[in-house]
Design a protein around this ligand. Structure first.
Ligand code: GLU
Length: 383
């Protein structure tokens, strides 16, 4: 079974290793009484910081707080109006966080992130370095998506995903999503009814994905169970755990971190070789310029035997990639199994698909130095 209803020591095993923690708080937990709620949350984070845990906060709430300030009941359809609400509400939200931190004698700092800051290596590295510098200075980083400059087509879209991406960038040990539900539940008997809470998930399989509804339809937030499972899949593939915990009472964060069987814990697979930082970038942040289709033998050689991809295992490709670009490596059924840096352009690859290594020079009409299509040192398995 890929999941269980009770903790059997999994929380203790994960929690003893938590040095760096990303906490994400959903809009619905702060929007009604922001001054009080941000204060309660910061009280909890202080206790963790005092124990030596490095904490990064990802917070939603800018758009709903903007709606409150302007007395709007419904989220506007017009994108410019949503952007304006975010600009307004973000400022107000941060004022409360900074007041709460100051009351404890430290400061927080705001980072507003766009999708391009994550996907572009020249931007991702400085953002990561900035976050590291803030942590080193004892400042609490408070992150939200930059909703005022991100239009729909290029948005990250929800803060569950943003939290998972930030945690992956920073090599965090655990991400906790504080939300309005007490964990991931099995589907109940009647349509829409919640079944039993699942305590620990070892592997996110299709059955679990089918149990998650889409967004929760709330006018104030964008996340639902699907975005939480997506976040869990990013974190666990990247090598760290994620938990969904009920944040109506922020004291649940402490109880969860002390090992109480609350919420749902998604375990990372047992990784003897955790991903290095460039592999995490390749797997989660890079934007592939095309796809290469592998035959069954090459798929197996990559996944199970840590081999390079040779031309003989290539069935075809799509996209107009150049040598040095990032590409998706997909199996015969077209599911993505890996990403890597390709040694040939798409035109060259078309000439050498299925060829033996000894045939490459004659097919291409020039000597070939690197005979691998993707070398194993430049690829990362993500299946
Ligand atoms: N960035 C949005 C906000 O601050 C929230 C996105 C989300 O709830 O996932 O309002």
């Amino acid at each position: 079974m890929s999941y269980q209803y009770q903790d059997q020591g999994e929380r203790a095993a994960v929690l003893q290793k938590v040095r760096r923690l990303v906490v994400k708080v959903g809009s619905n937990l702060v929007r009604e009484t922001p001054a009080a709620r941000t204060g309660e949350l910061i009280d909890q984070l202080v206790a963790l910081r005092e124990r030596g845990t490095e904490v990064i906060l990802v917070t939603s709430g800018a758009i709903p707080l903007g709606m409150n300030i302007l007395n709007r009941k419904n989220r506007p359809k017009d994108m410019a109006k949503v952007q304006a609400l975010a600009a307004l509400g973000q400022c107000y939200l941060m004022r409360h966080y900074e007041n709460a931190c100051e009351a404890h004698g430290f400061h927080c700092a705001q980072l507003l992130i766009t999708a391009a800051d994550l996907h572009n290596r020249d931007r991702n590295l400085p953002v990561t370095a900035c976050l590291e510098a803030l942590l080193e200075a004892g400042v609490l980083p408070v992150i939200n998506e930059n909703d005022s400059v991100s239009v729909e087509q290029i948005k990250i879209g929800d803060n569950d995903t943003l939290a998972a991406m930030v945690a992956t960038m920073l090599g965090a040990d655990l991400t906790v999503l504080l939300t309005t539900i007490d964990g991931f539940h099995e589907s109940g008997k009647a349509d829409g009814e919640l079944g039993q809470r699942i305590s620990v998930i070892r592997e996110l399989d299709d059955r679990l994905l089918a149990m998650a509804g889409s967004t929760d339809g709330n006018p104030y937030s964008t996340g639902g169970m699907i975005t939480k499972l997506h976040a869990a899949s990013i974190c666990t593939t990247g090598g760290h755990a994620l938990a969904i915990v009920d944040g109506h009472d922020f004291g649940n964060l402490k109880r969860f971190l002390e090992g109480e069987d609350l919420g749902t814990l998604f375990l990372q697979p047992d990784l003897s070789h955790p991903m290095r930082s460039w592999q995490r970038f390749l797997a989660f942040f890079s934007e592939p310029a095309g796809s290469i289709i592998l035959d069954a033998g090459a798929t197996d050689a990559l996944i199970r035997h840590n081999k390079s991809l040779l031309p003989g295992g290539v069935l075809g490709s799509s996209g107009t990639f150049r040598k040095g670009d990032t590409v998706r490596l997909v199996g015969p059924d077209r599911t993505e199994i890996a990403r890597g840096v390709v040694n040939f352009s798409y035109e060259e690859l078309a000439k050498i698909c299925g060829a033996k290594t000894s045939e490459l020079s004659s097919r291409l009409g020039h000597p070939v130095e690197n005979t691998e299509v993707v070398h194993k040192d430049y690829l990362v398995i993500i299946k």
